[in-house]
Design a protein around this ligand. Structure first.
Ligand SMILES: [Zn+2]
Length: 318
């Protein structure tokens, strides 16, 4: 594990100072929340058929012919955020940006940060370094051409920057990304870097260069990092447990968390695929309750884009 520098305010004491709020983020924020940290609200913009858990039932060659559902669900998310005056970060898959460029423009026009979710949604550690470099460059360029400004942030398909694919950090630095949000400091069959830092900070690439990392958030229960901040964990775990975990990160650790979700997670009407039990549980449980949970969450924590959270904490230039 390489050296990780952690900003002093995240060292986990109760007196840690919450970062100053961006003025616009205070619109509509209940007074009791105004002293808690601003958290990153993120969406990985992909369709149900891109998901690794369903890849045994869905071949890549069939993607083109499948019903395209991502736009409608993303529009619902945009409306939900718009009603609450919240801006977030949308990590858009290059494949999606190519098919529905107007969706990317709509997200940007609504005031959200556009970031990159790669191009093909293949797990990085199954790709050659050359393939990863070429397709990530292509995806970044696609997005930048659509929004007319640099794309700074990156999140890997299925959080697939692991000990086997740390070299991807060097590729991201070479391509001009300023931050990554792919490292999940847990043990999991598809992803994870057990023992990696839980707090946003800088990480060292294999070549010794630095990039800002906003790791996927975990809450400590009995000293064990437990993922609570999005995706299947958000749908499968009881809401009260999720809320307790997120409060623990904000209040006990004094640090921001990143929440993440996919448009297909608020789409209970999506076609059902025949997959194994584990994938079925991970992908389909509580799709019909996710939107209501999300609305509740948006009223109980403070959110903005990942870029703004990193800027507010001195990790990215303003
Ligand atoms: Zn994804």
């Amino acid at each position: 594990m390489s050296a990780v520098r952690t900003p002093a305010r995240f060292e986990g004491n109760e007196s840690a100072v919450a970062p100053p709020a961006a003025p616009e983020s205070l619109d509509g924020t209940p007074a009791k929340l105004r002293t808690t940290p601003l958290n990153a609200f993120t969406i990985d913009v992909e369709d149900y058929f891109h998901v690794a858990a369903l890849s045994s039932a869905i071949s890549r060659t069939s993607w083109e012919s499948r019903e395209f559902r991502v736009s409608a669900s993303t529009e619902r998310l945009l409306a939900m955020l718009g009603e609450r005056g919240i801006s977030g970060t949308f990590f858009v898959l290059g494949w999606v940006a190519e098919r529905v460029p107007e969706l990317v423009r709509r997200i940007a026009a609504a005031g959200h940060e556009i970031a990159c979710h790669g191009y093909s949604h293949q797990l990085i550690y199954t790709q050659s370094q050359e393939t990863f470099r070429d397709e990530t460059r292509h995806a970044k360029q696609l997005l930048e051409d659509l929004i007319g400004e640099p794309v700074r942030g990156y999140r890997a398909a299925s959080f697939s920057i692991t000990p086997k694919s740390r070299w991807a950090l060097d590729t991201l630095i070479d391509l001009g990304f300023e931050y990554d949000s792919s490292i999940f400091p847990v043990r999991h069959d598809r992803y994870g870097m057990p023992g990696a830092a839980r707090s946003p900070g800088t990480v060292e690439s294999p070549s010794g260069r630095k990039i800002v990392e906003f790791p996927m958030s975990t809450a400590l229960f009995g000293g064990i990092p437990v993922p609570v901040s999005g995706g299947g964990y958000f749908r499968l775990l009881p809401y009260r447990f999720v809320r307790a975990g997120l409060r623990r990160i904000n209040e006990r650790d004094g640090m921001p968390f990143t929440f993440y979700l996919h448009p297909w997670e608020i789409d209970p009407q999506q076609p059902r695929m025949k997959v194994g039990l584990l994938s079925r549980v991970r992908h389909y449980t509580n799709l019909d309750r996710c939107e209501e949970r999300l609305k509740r969450l948006l009223g109980e924590f403070r959110f903005t884009s990942m870029r703004r959270v990193l800027q507010a904490n001195g990790l990215l230039a303003g």
